[in-house]
Ligand binder design. Structure first.
Ligand code: ADE
Length: 230
């Protein structure tokens, strides 16, 4: 998979993309990520990428021309499955969307700043608008990093144990059951004996029951959504 990211603060993405699983995915050639600085496409001697909003009001808006110039250039090199704009007024991001995006070949992510990008860029280019939660970040970069991480780890071969991504919390609209490692007893707290019983059927049933109980307690909305999908 190839992911292009447009940003006015590309340095914000250096660190999240160069560690751990994402770095491994890139080293293995399963994922390439390129961050493109919008600044050089800015207008005038100050390379301006934003301007006051029509109609007045506080906050600057990212201009059409620099974005269009860079997007057009990138689109000459690649055919994108989706052009994604990260914005708090987008569709709320969830595992289901990550799963679908992990099947794509080429993605283009656009990070906004200030009041956001001119509406006409959204109309002309953007195919999906995504929010990573009901709060406002100072820019789309951290949201883009969330997308790249959640998608990258789903690509076949990225996670060593292929099954582990499939048993993640949310993969079946259920929270994950509790997990334990050694020692079997720590400060008087014991690992549930069933997990040490060696009875794989009973362990599986226990995990399912715990996952369901935890979901009912903490996120009953997930079970409702399941019913709505059925
Ligand atoms: N940009 C600013 N806030 C955001 C959010 N919550 N999700 C995605 N992009 C954003």
């Amino acid at each position: 998979m190839h992911i292009d990211i447009i940003s006015t603060v590309p340095e914000l993405l250096d660190s999240p993309l160069s560690h751990s699983i994402l770095q491994r995915a890139q080293d293995k050639g399963l994922l390439t990520v390129r961050v493109h600085d919008l600044r050089p496409y800015g207008i005038g001697k100050h390379n301006s990428v934003d301007d006051y909003q029509f109609g007045g009001g506080a906050g600057m808006v990212m201009r059409c021309e620099p974005l269009a110039a860079l997007i057009d250039e990138l689109r000459e090199q690649r055919q994108y499955d989706e052009v994604i704009y990260l914005t708090p007024d987008g569709e709320r991001y969830a595992q289901r969307r990550a799963n679908r995006l992990s099947l794509c070949q080429n993605l283009l992510l656009i990070c906004g700043h200030y009041k956001g990008i001119d509406e006409r860029i959204r109309e002309a280019y953007v195919t999906i608008e995504i929010s990573i939660g009901d709060y406002v970040l100072s820019g789309g970069e951290l949201a883009a990093a969330v997308l790249v991480d959640s998608i990258g780890r789903l690509l076949p071969g990225v996670i060593g144990d292929e099954t582990s991504a499939l048993t993640d919390t949310f993969q079946d609209d259920l929270l994950a059951p509790p997990v334990y490692t050694r020692p079997a007893e720590w400060r008087g707290r014991e690992v549930p004996p069933i997990l040490r019983s060696g009875d794989t059927g009973a362990i599986e049933a226990w995990r399912e029951e715990q996952a369901l109980e935890r979901t009912r307690e903490r996120r009953p909305d997930l079970l409702d959504e399941d019913a709505a999908d059925a």
